[in-house]
Every structure is written in structure tokens, then in C-alpha cells.
Design a protein around this ligand. Structure first.
Ligand SMILES: [Zn+2]
Length: 324
């Protein structure tokens, strides 16, 4: 697990362009206010080649029509036929709306709506504050996230939904709750509640869920607080950051033959020595990663090039126009 994690870290950690906000605790990236995120985005656009996949996908504001397809892997892919999670539902509110990242595969959007509805009774959790899902056409992003590329990943805040509708300005500026103690070794007992455990358990028990990423300190708390029946805990994976939100990932849905799933997590509750690895000095305070690298369209599945050029797609045509 340690090695798998170390390999994946390079695609996860925020690059130098978001480093100021992300230094030390990478989850600060996800916490960026709309203004901070816009500034980082502009900086990356200025530094990257105009044909970089992050630039092309980051500039698309509308989905590609057609049958819903998750194409490629969670960290190298794109999405057609995306739909957006409405900004408001009976048991959810979409946060950071100005990022335009509430798009997902219809299977994920339906899942989130269903999940939100049952959480009040199942977990005593009043509703979901939903963070980034995916861009309108998926693909790599200009800021944050190595994954979230095929519309099957969603970030959920560890703050319960308030009992009023937040204004768009509040949604772009409010901070989520950090439930991890400052030293990173355990949860912060002043922020962590029994409902957090019930929420994460309810999510992990969902059959469509492939993995749930949480901060190692949260996994440690779940290991301590989980009951005797803990098969669900195999899906709860420790990862850097994820102290303000957790990340839910679904399996490849049917009808997406080009979707590449992931090796299943190792069996067992993941609470033993493999969890201890995350609390070594090196992992508690990881060295900053190098600069975020521009991806080329050829780094993604071939179908993603067609998708970014599909009707309504502006970015590739504009790029080709300037390149001619
Ligand atoms: Zn995420």
C-alpha cells in the first residue's frame, strides 16, 4: 500500500502553481475560495502551452452531448454526456459554484441525490455540501485534483449541510470543517462527531462505491470506532489531505466500455500496519511535489481529443485557430 500510495502521490499533490495555498497541507487546494482558485487558474493558463489538456478541458463550459461515457481512468480521461448536479436539492447544496465543476456521469449524479436523501435517517447527517465533481467534459483540471477526470469522483465536505440555503457568495467563500488535529495524528475531538463516522460508513456501504478517500487520521478514528462488522472499511482509503472533505469514487458504470477501473483495495479493514505507514514523519510532512506538468491530449485516450473538439467545444478550435 505504501508503494502504491507513493507512486500515486505524484499525480495527486498540487503543483507549484497552487503551492502557496497548498503548502504543508495539500487539502488547502480544495478549500480555495472562488477568488483564490480563479487566481491559480489564471496563473496556470499563463504558464502552460495553450494546447495543454488542462487548458483545453479547463476552458470548456458545456458538456459534450451524446451517450454518457466515462472514458479512460480516474486520473487520465474525460467524460461525455455529463449532467450537472443541480445547485440545490432537498438534502444537498453545491459549493464553489463558480468553479463549474458540478458535472458528472449520470450514474454518479443520481447516486449523490439518492445518498443525500437517505443520510438524515441513516446517519443523522442533514445533507451534503458537495464540492468538486468534474468539469463539463471531465478531463484534467487547471487547479487541484489529479483525478476527478471521468465523472465518477466527488468531494463531499465534512461540514453538515446547514438548515438554510447558502447564498452563491457564501458557497464560494465559506470554509469547510477541518476534523483533523493539528499534528495530523488523530481527529480533532472538538470537530469530529459520531455522525461523521455514520456518514462515512453509510457511504462506504453503498454498492456502487469503489473507494472513499479520507485523511489517515480519520481512518484511524474509524478503525477505533467501527463496530465488529467492518467489511465496509476496506473501501475507506487513507490519503493525504482530505481533512476538510472526503472523496467518493464509483466503479465504472455499465455502458462505458472505455472506462478503466482500479485494482480493488486489499482485503481486510486496513487498520493494521499499513495504516501506521501514513503516520511516519515523511508521510505526515511530505515534501512539496515538483511543478504540475502540462498534459498533452495524446496522454489521454484518443476519444478525449474528439470530445474536446465536439460541437459546442470551443477550446480546441480556438487553440487551432491561433496556431494556424
Ligand atoms: Zn477529490
Amino acid at each position: 500500500m505504501g508503494r502504491e500510495a507513493a507512486l500515486m502521490r505524484s499525480v495527486f499533490l498540487c503543483g507549484v502553481f497552487t503551492l502557496l495555498a497548498c503548502f504543508g497541507r495539500v487539502e488547502a487546494c480544495a478549500q480555495d475560495t472562488a477568488a483564490e482558485e480563479a487566481a491559480h487558474r489564471a496563473m496556470v493558463i499563463a504558464q502552460f502551452p495553450p494546447g495543454a489538456a488542462q487548458v483545453l478541458f479547463g476552458r470548456e463550459s458545456m458538456p459534450a452531448t451524446g451517450p454518457p461515457q466515462a472514458i479512460g481512468s480516474y486520473v487520465r480521461g474525460c467524460l461525455s454526456g455529463a449532467i450537472a448536479l443541480p445547485a440545490d436539492g432537498p438534502n444537498w447544496q453545491v459549493m464553489r459554484p463558480s468553479r463549474n465543476r458540478a458535472w458528472g456521469h449520470p450514474v454518479l449524479i443520481a447516486f449523490l441525490e439518492r445518498l443525500a436523501q437517505k443520510l438524515p435517517s441513516e446517519a443523522g447527517w442533514p445533507g451534503l455540501l458537495v464540492g468538486d465533481i468534474a468539469q463539463p467534459r471531465g478531463g484534467p483540471m487547471l487547479t487541484g485534483h489529479g483525478s476527478h477526470q471521468i465523472g465518477l469522483d466527488a468531494d463531499i465536505w465534512l461540514t453538515p449541510m446547514p438548515n438554510r440555503r447558502l447564498s452563491p457568495a457564501e458557497r464560494d467563500a465559506l470554509s469547510a470543517t477541518d476534523v483533523v488535529a493539528r499534528n495530523g495524528r488523530d481527529i480533532d475531538p472538538a470537530a469530529w462527531t459520531p455522525q461523521h463516522r455514520l456518514l462515512l460508513e453509510a457511504v462506504a456501504r453503498e454498492p456502487l462505491v469503489e473507494r472513499v478517500f479520507v485523511n489517515p487520521a480519520i481512518k484511524r478514528a474509524l478503525c477505533r470506532e467501527g463496530g465488529p462488522e467492518r467489511a465496509w472499511m476496506a473501501k475507506i482509503r487513507p490519503w493525504w489531505g482530505h481533512n476538510y472533505h472526503f472523496h467518493v469514487r464509483l466503479y465504472c458504470p455499465s455502458g462505458s466500455p472505455q472506462c478503466h477501473g482500479q485494482t480493488p483495495p486489499p482485503p481486510g479493514d486496513g487498520c493494521g500496519r499499513e495504516l501506521d505507514w501514513w503516520f511516519t514523519e515523511k508521510e505526515l510532512h511530505p515534501a512539496p511535489s515538483g511543478p504540475r506538468k502540462p498534459l498533452r491530449l495524446v496522454d489521454l485516450p484518443l476519444a478525449c481529443t474528439a470530445l474536446v473538439a465536439a460541437p459546442g467545444g470551443q477550446a480546441l478550435r480556438q487553440f487551432q485557430g491561433t496556431a494556424q
